[in-house]
Every structure is written in structure tokens, then in C-alpha cells.
Design a protein around this ligand. Structure first.
Ligand code: COA
Length: 375
């Protein structure tokens, strides 16, 4: 994973450099990669599409097949699912999955406009609603139905800013107090500035291999116990319930079944907290907590590092940052470090099973991966 924040290089340069780091860490040479899957959802803002052959050429494998995978904010977890399926089907033995984004050249207004194209443009964005507004609608529904409070939302932001202080690659290294949270400007009620993830640049890459090949390469590996995806009715106005993302709950259930475990077996989770309410909803959809209890769990410290179930020890999208197409693979990077005991000051002691939950837009596309430390 690259340092998230503001970068000088382009997406293609950052994805290529980060891919090389992952390849070196895996202990293979680029030529051993059979196929690559890349995500760069907003490449058009850098006047560059069809990024796969460019990155393959940059890392010295121009002859290998590449595929661009776009699934909004869940692009690179969807790419990982593609690589997993290719390997599980016996089509390839080693795949490279990488995603990256550069957004800092756009500014807030332009970035917000491009992002809104990931919603139902005709019914949502074209009528003026952008992602902070869409997730704010879900937050208001959650507050009304379950009594979730502004203080609970603040607790998510404060926890994730604290965690990011322990992550040298995080975008925002800023201690957040409850007072600073409350005094910050309102973006879309009930969200203040600190309820929102920032616009970040960055890249993250993962090398995936068949079990047999991985065993030959190195002892220190993490197993993918489940790689599942599901969808939700795309437009908010068509949903019966705004307090849950049905596709995330479904992908989670499928992942638990595939891994032969339940939510109670998860030691650490990276979830899609693009806005504070999204973390609360994720922890409920994944059945870590009863519906309506996610806010209380963060308030009472259950989800902090050292709590019963640490959530977003990396700082999450909220403070580690959210370079859209890098987010899915960056969650995997965090779990990889956690499960191998390499997470430094933010290490979750004894973590053996980790879950990554990545959502595209308001949940039209959802991915859940479960990773296990190999014993
Ligand atoms: C919240 C938001 C509107 C703030 O944008 P902005 O008001 O233009 O903020 P600026 O970029 O001018 O930054 C002003 C300051 O706030 C900080 N900042 C910006 N966004 C921040 C955020 N989300 N959280 C914490 N700090 C943030 C900047 O680092 C900067 O700090 P500095 O003055 O110390 O350098 C913008 O970050 C946003 O829209 N985020 C949501 C992105 C999104 O929708 N992603 C898709 C999710 S589905």
C-alpha cells in the first residue's frame, strides 16, 4: 500500500510502483504472474482509460492479460473476487490485483460531481443529491428508527482518527476531540466535516496464488477463506429500508457460510466507513451486533483496538483515507498485516481471522472477504 493522502505521481505510476512492492513482498518475479486485475474508477479525470496494459508494461509483463474492473468504491475488492474465481477455476496460478486513484487534482466540487456519477445519475445526482446527502438520508432513517445519536456518530470518527494516528500510511494524522467534531461545519445533516471520509490519492496491491503454488513460494501466507459479492437495489428511493444495506448483509452471510464460521469468530474487521453511519450499519449488517446496537458498541469501546471486536484499526476510510479504487485492496493489506502480526502500534493481539467489507456507492455492489492466518 502506498502512503494515502496527496501524491505527485499519476495513478498509473502509483499502481505500478505499489504492484512492484507487493510482488517483491510475495517473493516472486513479475514474470510468474499469469494475469492481472486493475481498478482505477476515475482514470478518466487523468485522461487515461485502459490502464491494464500500461501497468503490465511498466512492471515488465506486457504479454500477460489484464482486465480493468470498475465497481465504484468496491472496485478493487471486486477485482480480487475475479482473481479468486480465476484461480479457483484453475485458469491461473498467480494473479496480481491492484487499484489506485488520484483525486487531489480535482478539488472538492469537481470530485463530488464525478463521484455522483456512481449513483443513479438520472434520479439521484441529476436532482442535486451527492454521496454525503445519500448517506445522510440513511443516517436520519437510522436515528429515527433506532435512536442512534450524533454522539455515536462522533464516536466512530474519534476512534478511527485515533487508529489512523498509529498508521504511518494513513491520510489524516489528526487527533479528533468531541468538541472539534461538534464545532466543525455541517456538510449534510446530520453529518459534520468529520463524519465524512476525505478525498485521497493512493494505491494498494495484492498477490493471490493457488494454495499449492503459495505453499511452494513461502511459509508466511494468509488464506482467503471466503470471497463473496452481492448487490442491493441501486436507487435509495426504491428501497424499503434505508437502515441496512441488503447486499452487504447477503455477501456477509455467504462469506460466513463459505468459511464455515460465524460473526462471533471474527477477530478484526475492516469495514466501509465512507461516512460514520456506514460503519455502524456495516457492523449490524455483518451481524457483529443486533440491528440498532452498532452505535452503542462504538460508544462503549467494543470496537476500539483492545476492545472485544476491533473495527477499522487502520483508521478506516474515515481517516486512513478513501482513494476509491485502492480501498478494497488496502483493506486486504491491513488484514494481511494484522493476521501476520505486522501491524505495529495498531496490532490486534492474537488476530487469526479477519473480515473485509467493501461497498460500491450506496451498496449497489458489495464485497465481503474473510482471511485466515495459516497455522
Ligand atoms: C467533507 C468534504 C465536503 C470536505 O471538503 P472541503 O470542505 O472542500 O475541505 P477541504 O478539502 O477544503 O479541506 C479543508 C481542511 O479539512 C480537512 N478535511 C477535508 N476533508 C476532510 C474529512 N473528510 N475529514 C477530516 N478532515 C478533512 C483537510 O485536510 C483540510 O485541512 P487543513 O486545512 O488542515 O489542510 C469532502 O472531504 C467530502 O466531500 N468528502 C466525502 C467524499 C465522498 O463522498 N466519498 C465517497 C463516499 S461514498
Amino acid at each position: 500500500m502506498s502512503k494515502f493522502g496527496k501524491m505527485n505521481e499519476s495513478s498509473r505510476e502509483s499502481i505500478a510502483a505499489t504492484s512492484m512492492k507487493a510482488i517483491e513482498d510475495a517473493g516472486i518475479s513479475p514474470g510468474e504472474i499469469d494475469a492481472s486485475f486493475y481498478s482505477n474508477a476515475f482514470g478518466v479525470t487523468e485522461s487515461q482509460l485502459h490502464i491494464g496494459p500500461l501497468i503490465n508494461s511498466a512492471i515488465g509483463i506486457p504479454d500477460k492479460p489484464s482486465l480493468s474492473v470498475e465497481s465504484a468504491c468496491s472496485s478493487s475488492s471486486a477485482a480480487l473476487n475475479e482473481a479468486y474465481a480465476h484461480i479457483a477455476a484453475g485458469l491461473e496460478e498467480i494473479c496480481l490485483v491492484a487499484g489506485g486513484e488520484k483525486l487531489s487534482h480535482l478539488g472538492t466540487m469537481s470530485a463530488t460531481t464525478y463521484f455522483a456519477m456512481g449513483s443513479d445519475f438520472r434520479y439521484e445526482a441529476a436532482n442535486g443529491v451527492t454521496f454525503p446527502g445519500l448517506y445522510a438520508s440513511m443516517a436520519v432513517a437510522h436515528m429515527k428508527k433506532f435512536g442512534t445519536t450524533q454522539d455515536m456518530l462522533a464516536s466512530v470518527a474519534i476512534k478511527n482518527h485515533d487508529n489512523a494516528l498509529k498508521n504511518p500510511l494513513a491520510h489524516l494524522h489528526k487527533k479528533l476531540t468531541r468538541e472539534a467534531y461538534m464545532e466543525s461545519p455541517v456538510v449534510a445533516y446530520p453529518f459534520h466535516l468529520y463524519d465524512c471520509c476525505p478525498f485521497s490519492d493512493g494505491a494498494a496491491a495484492v498477490v493471490v496464488a493457488s494454495e499449492e503454488r503459495a505453499r511452494k513460494i513461502r511459509d508466511e501466507v494468509v488464506d482467503i477463506a471466503a470471497s463473496e459479492r452481492a448487490g442491493t437495489t441501486a436507487t435509495l428511493q426504491d428501497r424499503e429500508d434505508l437502515t441496512s444495506i441488503a447486499g452487504a448483509a447477503l455477501a456477509g452471510s455467504r462469506a460466513y457460510k463459505a468459511a464455515h464460521i460465524g460473526p462471533e469468530d471474527i477477530d478484526v474487521a475492516e469495514v466501509h466507513d465512507c461516512f460514520t453511519i456506514a460503519e455502524i450499519m456495516a457492523t449490524e449488517d455483518l451481524r457483529f451486533f443486533e440491528k440498532g446496537e452498532g452505535g452503542r458498541a462504538v460508544q462503549d469501546g467494543t470496537t476500539c483496538i483492545g476492545g472485544k471486536l476491533p473495527v477499522n484499526p487502520s483508521g478506516g476510510l474515515k481517516a486512513k483515507g478513501h482513494p476509491v479504487s485502492a480501498t478494497g485492496t488496502a483493506q486486504i493489506h491491513e488484514l494481511y498485516e494484522q493476521l501476520l502480526g505486522k501491524a505495529g502500534d495498531r496490532q490486534v493481539e492474537g488476530a487469526e481471522i479477519g473480515l473485509a467489507h467493501n461497498v460500491g456507492a450506496t451498496g449497489g455492489s458489495c464485497s465481503v472477504h474473510i482471511l485466515k492466518r495459516r497455522r
